[in-house]
Design a protein. Structure first.
Length: 143
């Protein structure tokens, strides 16, 4: 018996690219980064980023293409492959590829619109809640 399953939670490195096979099957590709913080020998915190190429198929490919954008957090589950290739200098290189079988969006629309407003320097619309308005307190919990 063998098993190849990987779970990634990270951020998109670029906008998804949607294309179709000659048979009409949707295929979506994007890069994704996961970050890990660890202490080095001197005790300083260091960020370690690992990049993956992710490929989704079918309806998930269309959904990812429609809703995901660069920088957006996402959960991906799938099979991991290491792709070997040669660069211009003739050196062997390796790329981590994930053939996604499950995708889930992370974050809320309120967070996205507030983040977009901060990035563009505008204020959210009057009917859109800001992050501060959506935070829960103990009184909001019904039990």
């Amino acid at each position: 018996m063998s098993f190849n399953r990987v779970i990634l939670v990270g951020n998109l490195g670029r906008d998804p690219e949607l294309r179709y096979t000659p048979q009409g099957t949707p295929v979506c590709s994007f890069t994704m980064a996961t970050n890990e913080r660890r202490k080095d020998k001197a005790g300083e915190l260091q960020d370690h980023t690992t990049w993956f190429r992710v490929t989704l198929w079918g309806r998930q490919a269309e959904t990812a293409s429609q809703y995901l954008t660069k920088g957006r957090p996402v959960y991906i589950e799938g099979r991991l492959r290491v792709e070997e290739w040669t660069d211009r200098d003739g050196k062997p290189r390796y790329t981590l590829e994930v053939h996604g079988t499950d995708m889930q969006f992370i974050g809320s629309r309120a967070e996205e619109s507030a983040a977009a407003a901060v990035a563009t320097g505008s204020k959210p619309a009057a009917n859109e809640p800001t992050i501060a308005q959506t935070e829960l307190t103990d009184d909001d919990i019904p039990f």
